[in-house]
Design a protein around this ligand. Structure first.
Ligand code: SF4
Length: 350
């Protein structure tokens, strides 16, 4: 029998599963308390759970489906973990230390099929989706690392921005988000969780309808279809108008703000005219939109792209600000290690 990770069941799923085997409802609370509060590393440590119940769980689930393969630590405290999955595949998870807490950036697929032309992750096509357990367990492994280091610190924020397109694995991502935000689970508030998509418009509607209330970010990176298609071939399937229609639906239904991510690529999308086009595109949604300008981390395989000059980035920022657009330039983490998403994994695979 292929065992699933114990971290992959939502509370309701675990409760229902235990009941089908004749166990009482409250066993699910006990098990989750050991998993997420006491953070044990084996079933045998769950001392107040009946032995028959523990045996049943051990027969069907595994405790650890991710093993640390390699770790890179930056001078600013950012840590990149490379985990080996049960089937031998490698994935990346990053722990960052922004001013407001500890943020884990998690991966949702082994490889990615979206093929953004600037991205190191997309160089290795998708092998498979991660299970909900493998997504949640990335945060658990990072938290266990912090526990072992006796740092008395907890992961407070989660960004679903690692390798893969989360909306191409929506069902597992939704289950994992439920576990991450559940107050009995990882208990990370919805406002501290952000999911980023390359713009699969049809899935934005589906995601909105789940009413998870987590933050949504769209990787836009260009203000026109012509330019966006050059940078991101997914734009042929979901052009900007369709994305913005789905964004309007999200804004209307959730009453939340949206983040548009924009990687600044030297002489490609970083001119004043691009900033003005972006402002026009946002239009009357500016009070509900944040633009996150991202300095590009060069990747060896994509020599056509370079990082924009600092002055160019600041000029782009100023132009947006003058148009009344909320925007910021993303602070960089881990610039002295393989900073681009997927870079560490692709180097190790090579
Ligand atoms: S940027 Fe994200 S969606 Fe695009 S290829 Fe890379 S991992 Fe995939």
């Amino acid at each position: 029998m292929n065992k699933e990770s114990i971290y992959g069941l939502t509370f309701d799923q675990l409760e229902a599963w235990l009941m089908t085997y004749g166990h009482k409802k409250f066993r699910a609370s006990q098990v989750w308390d050991w998993l997420y509060r006491k953070r044990v590393t084996s079933f045998s440590e769950m001392t107040d759970v009946k032995p028959e119940c523990l045996q049943l769980l051990a027969e069907h689930f595994i405790f650890q489906s991710l093993n640390e393969h390699f770790k890179q630590e930056s001078e600013d405290g950012t840590i990149k973990f490379l985990f080996r999955l049960d089937d031998g595949n490698l994935i990346e998870t990053v722990l960052m230390r922004p001013k407001f807490g500890l943020s884990a950036c998690v991966t949702t697929q082994v490889g990615c099929n979206i093929g953004c032309s600037f991205c190191a992750s997309g160089l290795l096509t998708k092998i498979r989706d991660l299970t909900s357990g493998e997504i949640v367990e990335q945060i658990i492994r990072v938290q266990h690392y912090l526990d072992q280091e006796k740092k008395d610190e907890s992961v407070s924020h989660v960004v679903v921005m690692g390798i893969g397109e989360p909306f191409d694995n929506l069902e597992n991502v939704i289950d994992s988000l439920q576990i991450i935000k559940d107050h009995k689970g990882l208990a990370i508030g919805a406002k501290h969780i952000t999911v980023s998509t390359s713009g699969l418009a049809d899935k934005i509607y589906e995601f909105t309808d789940t009413n998870l209330q987590v933050n949504l970010a769209i990787s836009l990176h260009a203000p026109t279809n012509e330019l966006r298609t050059r940078i991101m071939k997914i734009n042929q399937a979901f052009p900007i108008e369709e994305i913005m229609k789905a964004v309007a639906y999200y804004l209307d239904k959730t009453n939340r703000r949206i983040t548009l991510e924009y990687i600044l690529l030297k002489d490609v999308n970083d001119r004043r005219e691009h900033a003005l086009q972006l402002s026009d595109l946002i239009g009357d949604k500016r009070h509900l939109t944040n633009v996150n300008l991202i300095p590009y981390n060069p990747v060896d395989e994509h020599t056509q792209y370079q990082r924009s000059q600092k002055e160019t980035m600041l000029a782009f920022y100023d132009t947006l600000k003058k148009q009344g657009i909320n925007c910021s330039i993303r602070l960089e983490h881990g610039t002295d290690i393989d900073a681009a998403c997927g870079q560490l994994r692709s180097k190790q695979i090579k």
